[in-house]
Write a protein that binds this ligand. Sequence first.
Ligand SMILES: Nc1ncnc2c1ncn2[C@@H]1O[C@H](COP(=O)(O)OP(=O)(O)OP(=O)(O)O)[C@@H](O)[C@H]1O
Ligand SMILES: Nc1ccn([C@@H]2O[C@H](COP(=O)(O)O)[C@@H](O)[C@H]2O)c(=O)n1
Length: 262
Amino acid sequence: MTNDPTPSLPGVPDSSEGLAAWKDDLLERYRDSDLYTPVVVAVDGPAGSGKSSVSRAAARALGFDYQDTGAAYRAFALHAVQSGVDLDDAAAVIAALPAFDYEIGTDPDETFVRVDGRDVTDEIRTPRVTSSVAHVSKLPEVRQHLVDLFRRIIQGTSKPGIVTEGRDITTVVAPDAQVRILLTASEEVRMARRSAEVTGQSAEETARQLSRRDQQDSRVVDFMTAAEGVTTLDSTHLDFDQTVQAVVELVRSTATAPVANG
Ligand SMILES: Nc1ncnc2c1ncn2[C@@H]1O[C@H](COP(=O)(O)OP(=O)(O)OP(=O)(O)O)[C@@H](O)[C@H]1O
Ligand SMILES: Nc1ccn([C@@H]2O[C@H](COP(=O)(O)O)[C@@H](O)[C@H]2O)c(=O)n1
């Protein structure tokens, strides 16, 4: 990181190849300067709205990092259970926080989740973990611990920007994010999308679980109403690619820092 906030800039080349290299060099210089402020994109929404898949794809298109904050709540619930904690014992759950050794891969093409160095990327998506997360995500002490972690990960990105998705990103984790989006869809469409990807249980059971989780989550965070300055993106009648493109265009039209033409 240089101390000179205004790096001297080379002359603009006249060839397209030279221009591409010049742009990359400029981005590197900018990234090394004290002026570097990555574009922060905050995405919230209810279960099955497409936050994770759309945010990851948009981050990939933009050349940004991607952070799935739900993975941390899931991983902590798994850590607590595997540590023998009674999830109904709030004090015991909170006491499990200091030993929670969590890592997440923020490259949208290489996402992973590790607890104590062990890969739990798939395990945190099991119905057993999904049904236990609310026990930990409702505790203010757990939320504050993880909010601090999410902010460190946002500040630590080396990419031109980072897309972070969850329930309280636009309101608590990153209320000053340059781009803030509430991604939603009708409950019927969200249930249908989730049912299309969940196997081993009926569509009715999947719908019940999704509705129950939204009810539990909405007692802790209001992620169904866009706060001031948050753009609502309703994907009920948009396909996946259209939704991703809508996010990318929102970032490109709003962000003030250089954004790659990915
Ligand atoms: N606009 C869309 N059109 C069609 N399918 C979509 C759209 N957006 C997302 N999907 C699909 O819906 C399913 C749920 O998406 P995703 O897991 O990203 O939702 P989510 O909001 O992260 O859910 P949760 O909060 O429960 O993790 C995925 O199979 C995804 O590919
Ligand atoms: N910012 C967040 C993100 C998630 N949660 C809780 O975690 C659960 C799992 O989240 P997914 O996005 O993986 O479905 C979710 O149901 C919430 O209970 C949260 O509280 N805040």
